[in-house]
Ligand binder design. Structure first.
Ligand code: NAD
Length: 250
């Protein structure tokens, strides 16, 4: 965690903040002094996280948000504009493309791509109405930049997020809104820890040039660069944090 309060006076929101990377991002932004809104489908799941952040001296609150529901997004962004938006909510469905159902495809694209757009648009509307800029950080993936088997819907949605990031950066620079993508490689979280400990998981890790998983804290530098004024001349960028996975040998 960072000690400096470089985000004091800033309002931040993190989508999908009930666990995993989203909760970690919320903790990091709060530790940097931001007032952080944790957003998730079930608000009650966020109470312990809000209490924990406040117990550590941070400022946090919770809001219900389902990124697949336009009304829910409009309600969550209906108040005072946020300065920093971490567009993190996402789902994964894996399996061969030949066996991917229409329903699974739609769920992934709707959450991981359309949901990201919906949140960015609602946040940017509030920013422009308030006459202030801000920073939107879209959490994409290295799978938005290269592919792996059995993840067609996810890779397609994340590639869409990378291209969307550039389109929005181009359109919204005039409003002082920066839009960038953070593309993590394989990061260890509660949800994937068991898989990566398995034989199949260990095989995957061998393809990462650094021969290990990333830790959530290893995303902090890129997150803070994009969220704070340290990245004030950055918009439309994509930053991969992946142990060299994207440059693995062909
Ligand atoms: P996770 O499953 O722990 O977190 C995803 C969060 O999104 C959960 O809190 C979930 O409840 C929420 N969510 C799902 N659908 C939602 C909806 N409709 N509305 C609101 N919230 C919703 O996974 P994670 O590993 O923490 O992933 C966070 C983000 O990082 C995702 O976008 C994921 O694609 C991306 N990512 C993760 C990794 C990794 O290795 N962990 C790598 C690359 C990218």
């Amino acid at each position: 965690m960072t000690d400096s309060k470089q985000l004091a006076g800033k309002r931040a929101i993190v989508t999908g903040a009930s666990g995993g990377l989203g909760l970690h991002f919320a903790r990091i932004l709060a530790a940097a002094g931001a007032e952080v809104t944790l957003a998730a489908r079930r608000k009650e799941k966020l109470e312990a996280a809000v209490a924990e952040i406040e117990g550590a001296g941070g400022s946090a609150n919770a809001v219900s948000l389902d990124v697949t529901d336009p009304e829910s997004v409009a309600a969550a962004f209906g108040g005072e504009a946020y300065d920093i938006v971490i567009n993190n909510a996402g789902v994964t469905v894996d399996g061969p493309a030949l066996k991917t159902s229409d329903e699974d495809w739609s769920r992934v694209v709707e959450t991981d791509m359309t949901g990201v757009f919906r949140v960015a648009q609602a946040a940017a509307r509030a920013m422009t109405e308030a006459g202030k800029g801000g920073s939107i950080v879209n959490i994409a993936s290295i799978l938005g930049l290269r592919v792996a088997g059995n993840l067609a819907a996810y890779a397609t949605a994340k590639a869409g997020v990378v291209q969307m990031t550039k389109s929005l950066a181009l359109e919204w620079a005039r409003h002082g809104i920066r839009v960038n993508a953070l593309c993590p490689g394989y990061i260890e979280t509660d949800i994937n820890r068991d898989f990566f400990a398995s034989e199949a998981g260990q095989k995957l890790i061998k393809r990462v040039p650094q021969r290990r998983l990333g830790q959530m804290s290893e995303l902090d530098g890129a997150l803070m660069l994009l969220a704070t004024d340290a990245g004030s001349f950055m918009t439309g960028s994509e930053i991969a944090v992946d142990g060299g996975h994207l440059v693995s040998s062909l």
